[in-house]
Design a protein around this ligand. Structure first.
Ligand SMILES: [Zn+2]
Length: 202
């Protein structure tokens, strides 16, 4: 039986080249604008799922959060008032999006990619984030995220947040397509850890 080197990584998806998911990556067009705001410690973690959003959803932009260097292009966009910004924040969701009046401005969703403690600190230390309206996602399902220990069951990971958000916004197909990609990422990640190869049919 041939031996495979699982340590050789794909530079795009960070999985082993044998279990690379790049060929399966969907391009999911939405009428919304997504922004992923990464905690600096989060972006290079192999278990990170916010990256999946930046890879698969469009239009999307991303920034690495810094207290001293806030993302000026994003702040300017919000200040100009051409979009309706929302902070999709883990923990205390304040707004029920479906109860909001419809406007003709594109919705812009800022999704924080961080642990729960980090996210809370990022918001507390960023005046521009604190001021944004927050979205209530009434997530009833348990998280399916398996890649980190000590996850609190009801708390979903960053990719799952986007899956639920798309679903709430009525984008069922887009939510389902993105969910498949997220599930595939997890399957391939776990296969890498076990030094197994995922069949391309799976
Ligand atoms: Zn890849």
């Amino acid at each position: 039986m041939p031996s495979f080197d699982f340590s050789i990584k794909c530079i795009t998806c960070h999985l082993s080249q044998i279990n690379c998911i790049c060929a399966f990556r969907p391009k999911i067009q939405t009428p919304f604008e997504f922004v992923v705001l990464f905690h600096p410690k989060e972006i290079n973690r192999q278990t990170n799922t916010g990256r999946l959003i930046t890879e698969a959803l469009t239009p999307v932009t991303s920034y690495i959060w810094s207290r001293l260097n806030p993302p000026l292009p994003l702040m300017q966009k919000i200040t100009e008032g051409k979009v309706r910004p929302w902070l999709v924040y883990p923990g205390t969701f304040r707004h029920d999006l479906n109860a909001e009046p419809i406007t003709d401005k594109p919705e812009l969703f800022i999704i924080i990619d961080a642990t729960w403690q980090q996210a809370s600190k990022m918001v507390r230390k960023s005046d521009w984030l604190v001021r944004l309206p927050r979205i209530e996602l009434n997530i009833k399902k348990s998280s399916t995220y398996l890649l980190r220990k000590n996850q609190i069951e009801s708390r979903v990971c960053t990719a799952e947040t986007a899956i639920y958000l798309l679903d709430v916004l009525g984008k069922k197909q887009e939510s389902s397509d993105f969910s498949l990609y997220y599930q595939r990422f997890m399957n391939h990640f776990i296969a890498d850890k076990r030094h197994q190869i995922v069949s391309s049919q799976n």
